[in-house]
Design a protein. Structure first.
Length: 144
């Protein structure tokens, strides 16, 4: 875990902000910067507008809600009041998987076997678009 992640995680509160502008199909600006302690390399996730309710299967009572993730970002450039982030994804397929053979072994999570009717519906195409005003939340080292 790098130093800036440790510093923020002590409080167990991730930094939270909003998408300020879309710059290219891979870059956007967020309204968090040096003033809030951002540093290059910190990671964020862009969240869907609405949380998804989780209900008790027996009573139907709402147990809570979970945020749905649109995309992950890495801070590439930090200014006083905003930062530029680039989209990224972590993948273990193709050439990356071949490179991993020569690295130390990794724990790759398995997929759940579940009845399709039990799965949450994926975000609709409209919901999955990243737009100005979307919430962004810091990702800590152990969330990948």
């Amino acid at each position: 875990m790098n130093m800036e992640t440790r510093t923020v995680k002590k409080n167990n509160k991730p930094l939270v902000g909003k998408v300020s502008g879309i710059l290219t199909e891979r870059e956007l600006a967020i309204n968090i910067g040096l003033n809030q302690g951002l540093k290059p390399g910190m990671r964020f996730k862009v969240l869907a507008d609405q949380s998804t309710e989780i209900r008790d299967p027996e009573t139907g009572d709402i147990l809570g809600s979970v945020d749905r993730e649109k995309i992950r970002l890495k801070v590439s450039e930090v200014h006083e009041k905003f930062s530029i982030c680039r989209a990224y994804s972590k993948s273990n397929i193709g050439l990356l998987a071949m490179a991993d053979i020569f690295e130390e072994s990794q724990n790759i999570p398995g997929a759940l076997e579940a009845d399709n009717s039990a799965l949450l519906l994926p975000l609709s195409k409209e919901e999955s678009y990243v737009k100005k005003g979307d919430r962004v939340v810091q990702i800590f080292g152990d969330e990948d």
